[in-house]
Design a protein around this ligand. Structure first.
Ligand SMILES: Cc1cc2nc3c(=O)[nH]c(=O)nc-3n(C[C@H](O)[C@H](O)[C@H](O)COP(=O)(O)OP(=O)(O)OC[C@H]3O[C@@H](n4cnc5c(N)ncnc54)[C@H](O)[C@@H]3O)c2cc1C
Length: 266
């Protein structure tokens, strides 16, 4: 809604007033499938000028509210001036939800759930959607400034320091758990399972916790796609989280380890 504060008097009357009255909803369409959308330089949705109109072609996803029956407006962020300097390449258009060529393809789920309060997050196709030039929000090329986009970072996600830190940390944690498992297995072989009870409990705490941590980072690295039904990550995360109860809760296993530690000094 706040983006419409930049609108003309006519745009405000047509869209902002009913939005503020709550009689209609809008959905903001910036993020795109298949590209790291937190960097606007990667976005591909094209806005071309054709006489008195703009024509939009592209696909967006995670547009919150797009599946609501009240959604009447898509606020679409696209590339209008590909040869301009990076911060002047994008424009924002106000597109009626029933414009020819607009198609809500599907709803997206987060960890298996839709967000019913907002009507759900939509994937939307814009297939040569034609809107009059009066639909432009602000001036042509001012989209990045209006969206307060994150600055470009010009690097692969895997080359970001924080991501490399997670990768290294994941390797360290996974190897620690593997060594715990090997130690417990050796103890069971030598002295039997009873003697290794605390070591087995330690694994039951450590393995699911590490698995959950690694999957949490994997979801994060994939962006919103990592929460959706399009990768196995969300399901794997819920399984890992579940494992912290399946064979007894973490707390019970920890108390087993603690009892053995305290027994050494009693
Ligand atoms: C519930 C929900 C609602 C949403 N609603 C909307 C909406 O209404 N409209 C809309 O357009 N979008 C919406 N989004 C999409 C959201 O804005 C994007 O998911 C977000 O901007 C990240 O883009 P991406 O998913 O493409 O991740 P990517 O850009 O691919 O980023 C993936 C990961 O890379 C890492 N990364 C990225 N940049 C950096 C950096 N500079 N330094 C270090 N690491 C970095 C982070 O770990 C990040 O999570 C929504 C998402 C969700 C989950």
């Amino acid at each position: 809604v706040w983006r419409l504060l930049f609108g003309t008097a006519e745009q405000k009357k047509r869209w902002l007033e009913p939005l503020l009255d709550g009689t209609i909803r809008s959905a903001y369409c910036m993020t795109e499938p298949g590209v790291a959308s937190s960097d606007p330089a990667n976005l591909r949705c094209r806005i071309t000028s054709d006489g008195a109109d703009y024509v939009i072609t592209g696909r967006k996803w995670w547009a919150t509210g797009a599946l609501s029956s009240d959604c009447r407006l898509f606020v679409v962020f696209g590339v209008s001036d590909p040869d301009a300097q990076p911060r002047a390449r994008h424009s924002i258009l106000l597109v009626p939800a029933d414009a020819p060529g607009v198609r809500v393809v599907r709803g997206l789920r987060m960890f298996g759930y839709t967000h019913s309060a907002s009507g759900g997050h939509g994937e939307i196709e814009f297939d040569h959607v034609r809107v009059p030039k009066e639909s432009l929000l602000g001036s042509q090329g001012s989209g990045a400034a209006l969206a307060l986009a994150r600055t470009t970072f010009g690097r692969r996600v895997a080359d970001q320091g924080v991501i490399q830190d997670w990768i290294a940390e994941a390797r360290v944690r996974i190897d620690q758990v593997r060594l715990l498992v090997l130690r417990a297995a050796a103890m069971i072989d030598q002295d039997g399972a009873k003697a290794a009870r605390a070591e087995i409990s330690a694994i039951k705490v450590a393995a699911p916790t590490v698995t959950e941590w690694v999957l949490d980072k994997a979801c994060q690295v994939h962006g919103a796609e990592g929460l959706s039904q399009d990768t196995p990550l969300a399901e794997l995360w819920t399984q890992a989280r579940t494992m912290r109860f399946v064979d007894g809760p973490d707390e019970v296993h920890r108390s087993m380890v603690a009892r053995r530690e305290l027994a050494r000094y009693r």
